[in-house]
Design a protein around this ligand. Structure first.
Ligand code: FES
Length: 175
């Protein structure tokens, strides 16, 4: 029996496809909206198959679009998102240490940066990913937490941001 979350995704998809059918660039728009509407912010195989079948496209074409753009997820994502810039400017100002701290703080043991798009903590609390450049190199090192860009990041600042995030989640659970 499908879960409520899976049902929500299945219910939304035909409407998303219908609303974008005649628009230019409809494949990207549909995929973006389908991912947004999914409670775990990812595109399941079922979603990709439905999109391909409805648009009359080969599934391989849909997959190649999804794998080309780094903002698409093929795996369920955590509740929070931590994105660490690994471009040259950020790397020279310590982004690897920031990435390692984010992983360690979330209890994530390994992340193959070159092979994986993102990694999610076992408790589903957060997903950690990297980007090639945020386009804000003058403010390096740059990270993004839940869509908010944070510049001139330090390990100390990162740790306090992550601890605050955990504390807020704990308080939410209590209420
Ligand atoms: S290299 Fe990090 S913002 Fe450009």
């Amino acid at each position: 029996m499908p879960t409520a979350a899976a049902q929500a995704q299945v219910d939304d998809l035909p409407k998303i496809i219908q609303n974008n059918l005649d628009k230019p660039g409809n494949l990207l728009k549909i995929l973006e909206q389908a991912q947004e509407s999914d409670p775990k912010h990812y595109l399941s195989e079922k979603t990709l198959r439905t999109v391909a079948d409805t648009l009359g496209l080969p599934l391989t074409q849909v997959y190649s679009v999804v794998t080309f753009y780094s903002f698409f997820n093929l795996k369920p994502q955590g509740k929070h998102s931590i994105v660490v810039c690994r471009g040259t400017a950020c790397h020279t100002r310590g982004s690897l240490a920031l990435l390692n701290e984010a992983l360690h703080n979330m209890g994530i043991k390994s992340f193959k940066e070159e092979e994986e798009n993102s990694v999610t903590s076992l408790d589903g609390f957060a997903s950690v990913r990297t980007v090639a450049c945020f386009g804000q190199c003058a403010l390096a090192p740059v990270i993004q937490i839940d869509g908010v860009v944070k510049s001139r990041m330090t390990i100390g600042k990162l740790v306090s941001l992550l601890e605050k995030m955990k504390k807020e989640a704990k308080n939410e659970r209590k209420n």
